[in-house]
Design a binder for this molecule. Structure first.
Ligand code: NAP
Length: 252
């Protein structure tokens, strides 16, 4: 029987890990996606889409499919599935590896305003600017919908769902983004405040560099905590090591 690894995906790390595992003889890898994105990027190995029906449903799936290891490589803000993964792994007695790319760190020149939630970001906004660049994802815009005095430029991969703030422009785009492009966007739209989740990673960090160069304030929504007792590894090589598989040698 091959070793069966279930990856809870929706991130670059999940795709990279699936490719690593699928290339190994004797390893069967299944990636699970929530199904929020209409045309998700292809993954190596098997794929499945849609919720499991809570932690109990996930635990049953792990047992039925004889999963040997569960990897939670979901987005740092996908707190529900992460809580379910921890409970399901314990119920099914399956080892759990959680992959979380490190959060961003402010550097000199940054004008960051850390907040605990999207609601708190909305509360902070009117005191910081009148033209906001909102990159917090298409779900959750309801938190900003009551703000009439702020013009929003919202960037998301898929069209956002109502309710939206009354003054909203939508830009559909998928990262990675470059610093010159982000700087041009901030200038073109006369942005005076940026709102972002602390997603971490390189693909969407350019906006922070651009905002710093322009001296703009940035409202940074902090990550939800990991479930009690759960620790994370920062990247794919560390996840492979935690699974007991050696990372491939680095190429020159
Ligand atoms: P969430 O609030 O933590 O999860 C809500 C429900 O969606 C879960 O209870 C689960 O349903 C289902 N679900 C979530 N991820 C799943 C997965 N990988 N496979 C199967 N079912 C999944 O999640 P979310 O914040 O809506 O994010 C959904 C997906 O988008 C995640 O896979 C995440 O990696 C990705 N993503 C999220 C963000 C973000 O900012 N939140 C950004 C980029 C990508 P059941 O209880 O029925 O199992």
């Amino acid at each position: 029987m091959p070793t069966h690894v279930l990856i809870l995906g929706g991130t670059t790390e999940a795709r990279l890990l699936a490719a690593e595992l699928a290339a190994r003889p004797g390893v069967l890898v299944t990636t699970s996606l929530a199904g929020r994105v209409t045309r998700p990027a292809a993954v190596a190995g098997e794929a499945r889409t849609g919720g499991f029906g809570g932690a109990e449903g996930l635990a049953a799936w792990l047992a039925e499919r004889r999963v040997d290891a569960l990897v939670d490589a979901t987005h740092p803000f996908a707190a529900r599935i992460t809580a379910h993964a921890a409970r399901a792994a314990a119920t099914a007695a399956v080892p759990l590896v959680v992959v979380r790319r490190p959060g961003w760190r402010p550097v000199e020149g940054d004008r960051w305003h850390p907040v605990p939630s999207l609601a708190a970001a909305a509360g902070a906004l009117p005191g910081l600017g009148r033209r906001a660049f909102l990159t917090t994802g298409r779900l959750g815009l309801a938190a900003f919908a009551h703000l009439r005095g702020v013009h929003f430029v919202v960037r998301s991969v898929e069209p956002p769902e109502p309710p939206l703030p009354p003054h909203t422009e939508v830009l559909l785009a998928r990262g990675p983004f470059t610093v010159p492009d982000e700087s041009a966007l901030l200038r073109r739209h006369r942005i005076d405040v940026l709102v972002t989740k602390d997603s971490g990673g390189a693909a969407t960090a350019a906006k922070l560099t651009a905002a710093r160069a322009l001296g703009l304030p940035v409202v940074v929504v902090r990550r939800p905590p990991l479930p009690a007792g759960v620790t994370a590894v920062p990247d794919v090589p560390a996840a492979l090591a935690r699974l007991g598989l050696t990372p491939p040698p680095a190429t020159a």
